[in-house]
Design a protein around this ligand. Structure first.
Ligand code: NA7
Length: 536
């Protein structure tokens, strides 16, 4: 037991100090609990602490991708761009932490490796990599949806004599690429963001692409005073309105089904959104874009046509065009001059689907039919998404039940926040919640507030434990699957279904019913005395 804990018994252990953990600390401390946040990183910020590769940027607009709980904070902070770059988001997070005096309850460089629920005492016992122990009746998992990078398994990687970097763990001091031959592996969101910046710095950039992605121009721009003031003056109403949308964010959502308008009209609308709206706003054109195959196919073809127009070499353009899945089948990317970058003389695209990577060697990388001499290899190969961080911790619930066994066939939660057999443990934006399909910051606030209200309910009623019921969980999981299967989204080999991790059960993990519907569901659960839970 840590000294600190002996001196001051904890009520809640929060694991993770990203957006979720920080707000959990603020809210729960404010409610009078003694809280300790344990964070693996050397500083706070979670996703925005680790993913500091050049070009890293949020795909949700800055004025919305920020905490809403404090009007003072949202008025005081000034965003510079429509889509904030990573350093600015990290500065914002640190600003909030200082303003709310959060740091005194956060322990950094503390990786949690195990959490056991002691049934007798109804206490979670948490152990860290360094062997420290913490105890508290409640545990909040604020461990993030994209926080466990995939460990590369390229044969010969260790023999490579150049430098190897991961976008998900970029050196704080930056990387010098001038004059270097750089190989980038991975063309997901991270690869697509980093490519144009690497191309400007490197002597030559080789992009090793396995699956092409649908990417929409961000149309990023500086925030002008008028736009900022408009938001700031209308923040309360806009935040409220955002909660009534399917993504917890305001966007130019089309309401007329794409299937009910002509091909020409859709074409005009896609064009308008591509050139004037940008980013996710492109797919917000029609409510049936992810459900109607014809509308989805039209949007997909439109993007491919744009790629053909942007990329001068038709062979390269063809390689960059997704095939075999429609837009949304994998996470849609948002870029700044990604496709155009392949017009540069110092950039080469290599299709490693048709010619897979065989190995790395001291001087570079070999595919089955070619060899590339490289000075630097950059890995942007993705994450063990949504469940990775939870399963990395050895979590044991009642009766010695291991979460790893419980979820062997895929994650099961009740309303994305609780797991049957694991009392008093809450997940922030867990599997079975809308999570990555929403403005994460808003969803985080919503979850933390729900959890705090739930703890208040326990206190009021003199309960010491709460646990999701097996039946309620089963019903929720069936509902999550049913809703996902009514869309085209589970069809792609995406990290949404765990397809990027060999052997991971293929389950569509986020809830696709929409954030507004989900809000009603969780509010109703609470209003019905936490229906679907049992208390002790
Ligand atoms: P992603 O989106 O999972 O992308 C990973 C990329 O790496 C993707 O193009 C993969 O190809 C590729 N990859 C992974 N393993 C290999 C191997 N072995 N060989 C070649 N290529 C490989 O991760 P990101 O970090 O870009 O983005 C994650 C999320 O962060 C993003 O969606 C946003 O929400 C923010 P594949 O598609 O599997 O064929």
């Amino acid at each position: 037991m840590s000294e600190r804990e002996t001196a001051n018994p904890l009520d809640v252990i929060v694991i993770g100090a990203g957006f979720a953990g920080l707000y959990a600390l603020h809210r729960l401390r404010g409610d009078g609990y003694s809280v300790r946040v344990l964070e693996a990183g050397g500083s706070i910020g979670g996703t925005w602490y680790w993913n500091r590769y050049p070009g890293a940027r949020c795909d949700v607009e800055s004025m919305q991708y920020s905490y809403s709980f404090s009007d003072e904070i949202q008025r005081e902070w000034r965003w510079s761009q429509r889509y904030a770059p990573q350093p600015e988001i990290l500065r914002y997070i640190n600003f909030v932490a200082d303003k709310l005096d959060l740091r005194r309850d956060i322990q950094l460089e503390t990786r949690v490796v195990a959490a056991n629920f002691d049934e007798q005492s109804r206490i979670w016992k948490v152990r860290t990599e360094a062997g420290e122990a913490f105890e508290a009746p409640f545990c909040v998992m604020a461990t993030g949806c994209l926080s466990v990078p995939i460990v590369p398994s390229f044969p010969g990687l260790e023999s490579f004599e150049g430098e190897v970097y991961r976008t998900s763990d970029w050196p704080h001091e930056g990387v010098q690429l001038k004059g270097k031959r750089v190989g980038l592996i991975g063309t997901g969101s991270s690869g697509i963001q980093v490519t144009p910046v690497l191309a400007e710095q490197a002597k030559h950039l080789y992009v090793f692409q396995r699956t092409p992605n649908y990417s929409i121009p961000a149309l990023n721009r500086p925030i002008d005073n008028e736009y900022e003031q408009d938001w700031k003056q209308n923040y309360p109403e806009r935040r409220k309105a955002a909660l009534a949308t399917r993504n917890n964010m305001l966007s130019d959502f089309g309401t007329v089904p794409g299937s009910s308008v002509s091909h020409e009209e859709r074409e005009r609308e896609f064009e308008r959104r591509w050139t004037k709206v940008g980013g996710f706003g492109f797919v917000h054109a029609y409510p049936d874009i992810m459900t109607d195959p014809a509308v989805n196919a039209h949007a997909s073809e439109f993007v491919k046509k744009k790629i053909a127009a942007l990329v001068h070499d038709p062979e390269v353009a063809k390689k960059l065009m997704p095939s075999g899945y429609g837009i949304g089948g994998k996470r849609i990317c948002v870029d700044t001059a990604y496709f155009e970058t392949f017009n540069r003389k110092n950039v080469t695209l290599i299709d490693v689907k048709s010619d897979p990577i065989r190995s790395l060697n001291p001087n570079g990388l070999s595919t089955h039919s070619q060899s590339f001499e490289l000075d630097t290899v950059i890995l942007a190969i993705g994450f063990d998404a949504i469940t990775g961080a939870l399963l990395k911790i050895d979590i044991t619930g009642r009766n010695g039940l291991k979460l790893r066994d419980r979820w062997a066939e895929g994650p099961k939660t009740y309303i994305g926040m609780a797991i049957s057999g694991f009392p008093n443990m809450f997940i922030v934006t867990g599997p079975g919640s809308p999570s990555v399909f929403t403005n994460m910051v808003t969803s985080i606030e919503q979850h933390v507030d729900w959890i705090a209200d739930c703890l208040a309910h326990l206190k009021r009623n003199g309960f010491s434990a709460i646990e999701a019921l097996h039946d309620a969980e089963d019903k929720w999981v069936s509902h999550v699957n049913e809703v996902a299967n009514a869309t085209l989204m589970p069809k792609g080999n995406s990290w949404y279904v765990g397809a990027n991790i060999p052997g991971k059960p293929r389950v569509f993990m986020p809830y696709l019913g929409g954030a507004a519907v989900y809000k009603k569901v969780i509010e109703e659960v609470a209003s019905k005395n936490y229906e679907g839970f049992r208390f002790a």
